[in-house]
Design a protein around this ligand. Sequence first.
Ligand SMILES: Nc1ncnc2c1ncn2[C@@H]1O[C@H](COP(=O)(O)OP(=O)(O)OP(=O)(O)O)[C@@H](O)[C@H]1O
Length: 532
Amino acid sequence: MPQTLQSKLLNKKLRKVLDKKKELTVNDGTAHLPSSCNGTTSRTYASIEHLLAPPLYQAIMKMGLTHLTEIQSRVFDLLLTGQDKPSIKAIAKTGSGKTLAYLIPLVQLLQDLNVDASTGTVAIVVCPTRELAMQTYAVLNDLMQFCKQRPGMVRGGGVKKDEAKQLYWGCSIVVGTPGRLIDHLYNSEGFIYNKFLSLVIDEADRLFEMGFEKEMKKLLDKLGQSGNGHQTLMFSATDDTKVQKLGSQAFYSNNKGVPVQIIDLRLSQEQATVGQLQQDYLFCPSEKRFFVLYCLLENLRAKKVMVFVNSRHSIALYQTLLSSLHLQCHCIHGQMSQEERNVIFNRYNREGQGVLLCTDIAARGWDIPVVDIIIQYDPPDDPREYIHRVGRTARGGREGKALVFLRPEEFEFVNFMRAHNVQLTEKTVVWPLLEKYHAQDYAKMQELVDRNGFMKTLAKTAFTSYIRSYLSHGIKYIYNKNNLDLNNVARSFMLKESVFKSTHDAMEFQTKREKKKAFGKQAFKKPYDKRS
Ligand SMILES: Nc1ncnc2c1ncn2[C@@H]1O[C@H](COP(=O)(O)OP(=O)(O)OP(=O)(O)O)[C@@H](O)[C@H]1O
């Protein structure tokens, strides 16, 4: 499709500004050098003031940013100073400041082009979860507080009509989740994006995985029809060869000759996670898992803790049991209503201590202030998910701890993670002390399940979900069903014995359930609500 006159003019204007900037750029040779402790380089925002429009610089100063992080420095060199407007694939560790690395150049782009509400949307940021979209939108709002343009947000769970109205009034940058973005691109007449220039895909490896790939294809197709040729900026802390193919299609489907640059900060570093993160594992037999979790949480009452659990049923069970002993926990999972999710997300964000029981919807991108420790009670799906989960702590140069529960039979996990550049150290459990101080209270929780029919049903459902998720785990040689003693597993769900006679029975049950899910009415009800 030929370029429109308007977009040509827009690109010409942009090139002029960029040329001017190139002349002004001074590389003092100190960029990218790590500074003392807080994860930033020695390069300051003051030293790049000339590359930034006054309203943007003013906002950056108000946000208290002084130094650039390495990823910011590398991305700005390409997007703020280069003559071309390249597409970028950037991989940098969790908490390294990727959000500002892409948002600052986008806001600067608006100033360079002097766009206004009538120009429509010039840039779109896609995020895999609603909370991540909200968080990114909040940072964007801060950055644009002195700009004349307005940002917008569209996400599952939001009021579609209000979002459409907001788009109609003109949002220069729109942050959103894929399903809702597609919805507006196809159905909202007031959504003007014929001068669209930049697409950001945050948590790119997640967004090109199964489950999102169809939506992403649809999104790219639709944006491709805008005909201008846009840059694509992909960011993540991890990469995956399985999804690389689809990801590279995003670069080339509508780039109209836009060059592609790769920034992979992992190559220069031996560890996949940040240095100030202490990572431990503990061996714990199946039947003792919840007992040990309870003891840990008792001892961590004064800390801010996130506990990753693989099913919402387990979350419901553990939350009820723990609160019966006055150990209050927040919980968040994909089946909660959006309002509930917002309330919990905001409350946990504000609190200085407390426990959040969560599923993997909280694994990626969440920037919660000062989480002290991440506990992976149930196993992560793969090394990438492990890296994102532990990345919720030790952010922005701060220190943090992470602990993963392993059954003794799962010891290979340690070597497996070492092969993925994650070093774990063993934490020993002093069993006699735990028994001495906590066994009595634990017995009270056991009694609660024994006596209460509702709790027993909850425990059975949680157990069933755990077994199903264990049996479908991708790393079979580590999470091996053959060495799973179902009765012992049942004990950590406060049950006397397993619901199934064998793992085979559990598999059968799983198949029936899945068939029902695939062909039942529920499967078609809310296609975009299920994952996020
Ligand atoms: N230049 C900077 N100076 C000080 N703090 C910064 C800077 N850049 C980012 N931060 C802070 O560091 C924290 C982590 O940033 P951000 O959320 O962008 O990380 P990320 O790389 O996107 O992490 P993830 O991969 O987990 O999504 C945030 O609290 C952010 O405000």
